[in-house]
Design a protein. Structure first.
Length: 490
């Protein structure tokens, strides 16, 4: 998962310490490491073995007479006269008979061929980012009109000749200056151009393979015939017999009871004065010493954080960080090395510390979504997320479709939940801190949205805490919710 460290107002860790003081304080001010030496005298209760007077018991043997009935045996014999022992025995008798068996051999094989029609193979090519330059918007302004004035004309005399030869004249008055205002005009200029980019979904390309001929060898059929052979057929035949058993003396063991007495060994308990071990407690002063080596993984962190280390009553050492509420502290302690020599215990340990802020962690979540495409034929969902998106992050994606009808709007949704690794997602880093994501929809029920016209995607992005660190205190909720309109391919 991503790199996160929890908020703690006081982390309590068991670490080691050694040396001079029972408690020590230090402040993180950008140093890469800090060494702390601690020592505390503890009182420990131990036990020792002492011999004290006591009374012990031992077993003393003695002889005692025991009597009872025992089973014994005696031999009794009697004379049996001669007799006949008759019966029937069975003996095997065999005759030769002719039988038949099938002998088969495989005939010649043959080759069979058939035509396999070609199949269509389709694949979706990866999407690409398309950019174009958009000319700037035209900006216009209106310039005011200017005033134009004509030149004034002086008075003038106009004369004419009458029919009788006389001349008649008259004065025509001049014209004053006349001013008019010309109408204003609109002046337009083109603004700066900009670059627009969008993610085009991958194109689905299909090719048809050519027909092919496949052949196979078919084994030949079995050819069989009956072959005679000789066999033995046997049966059990009864044969009567009689044997003469001569006269003889027959003996057997007959049990009987006999009263018997004998001496046996028994034991009695006897007390005597003795000494036995007793565990006696006593107190010992133990010097617990240790060395704490604190390694700061990001010494460039700007905020000061105070720490306190002290020796606990259980021989453990305690490290506390008094961090501000907006600062998170993650710790990863190493294995301690403990050496005990007499009444002195020396411990050495290293602990790694990582410092960060709540604002920095929240900045790793998804800030925006773009280029959302739902490809129904290929059953793929692709989009671009701005933020730190990783395979082990958990997401909940809701694809919502709408279709306007005569009097209402019909809606449908499809939900995807799990980590991006479980959803078989592929992640490709893009420019400007963005990540291109593609998710397989082959196991998602899309029947509720396939007939809709407009679509959008809502995504809840959750980041977990990384493994290998110890966390304590109040951990912030690392979750963001974003939505964006979606294009579809049907």
């Amino acid at each position: 998962m991503g790199t996160f460290w929890p908020l703690i107002t006081g982390i309590l860790l068991t670490v080691s310490a050694f040396a001079q003081t029972e408690s020590a304080q230090f402040v993180f001010r950008g140093q890469a490491d800090e060494h702390v030496a601690l020592e505390r005298i503890l009182t420990e209760t131990r036990t020792r073995t002492e011999m004290r007077d006591s009374t012990c018991t031992r077993q003393i043997p003695y002889q005692a007479e025991e009597c009872g009935n025992e089973t014994r045996y005696r031999q009794e014999c009697h004379w049996e006269p001669a007799r006949q022992d008759c019966g029937t025995n069975y003996e095997q008798r065999c005759d030769s008979v002719t039988r038949y068996r099938q002998e088969c051999q495989q005939g010649p094989s043959r080759r069979e061929c058939y035509r396999v029609p070609g199949e269509e193979v389709c694949a979706t090519q990866p999407g690409r980012q398309v950019c174009r330059d958009v000319p700037g918007e035209q900006r216009c302004r209106t310039e005011p009109g200017e005033q134009v004035c004509s030149q004034p004309t002086p008075d003038r005399e106009q004369c004419r000749t009458l029919p009788d030869g006389r001349q008649e004249c008259r004065t025509i008055p001049g014209r004053d200056s006349v001013c008019t205002t010309r109408p204003g005009r609109q002046v337009c200029e083109a603004g700066p151009s900009r670059r627009e980019c969008y993610q085009e979904p991958g194109e689905r390309v299909c090719t048809r393979r050519a027909d092919r001929e496949e052949c196979r060898s078919v084994p030949g059929e079995d050819i069989c015939r009956s072959v005679p052979y000789q066999d033995q057929e046997c049966r059990q035949v009864p044969v009567p017999y009689c044997n003469t058993i001569p006269a003889q003396n027959v003996c057997e063991q007959v049990p009987y009871q006999e009263h018997v007495c004998r001496n046996v060994t028994r034991y009695r308990s006897e007390s005597y004065a003795c000494k036995e071990p007793v565990q006696v407690p006593y107190n010992v002063k133990i010097s617990v010493q240790g060395q704490l080596d604190v390694k700061f993984l990001n010494p460039e962190f700007a905020t000061e954080v105070p720490f306190t280390a002290n020796v606990g009553a259980n021989r453990a050492l305690e490290l506390k960080a008094q961090a501000p509420k907006d600062v998170l502290v993650g710790t990863r302690p190493g294995a301690p090395s403990v050496v005990a020599e007499g009444e002195t215990v020396t411990i050495k340990q290293t602990i790694a510390v990582r410092l960060t802020s709540v604002k920095e962690l929240q900045g790793l979540l998804t800030q925006s979504l773009a280029g959302v495409v739902i490809d129904f034929p290929a059953k793929k969902l692709s989009f671009t997320a701005k933020g730190l998106v990783e395979l082990d992050d958990a997401v909940e994606i809701v694809l919502e479709g709408k279709k306007k009808q005569l009097f209402n709007t019909k809606k449908g949704t499809a939900t995807i939940k799990g980590t991006l690794r479980q959803l078989k997602a592929t992640l490709v880093a893009a420019e400007a801190g963005q990540v291109a994501v593609q998710i397989d929809l082959s196991k998602v029920d899309l029947t509720q949205i396939t007939d809709k016209k407009t679509f959008k995607m809502l995504m809840t992005h959750v980041k977990g805490l990384p493994d290998g660190f110890g966390w304590a205190g109040q951990v912030p909720e690392l979750k963001s919710q974003k939505e964006a309109a979606a294009k579809v391919i049907k």
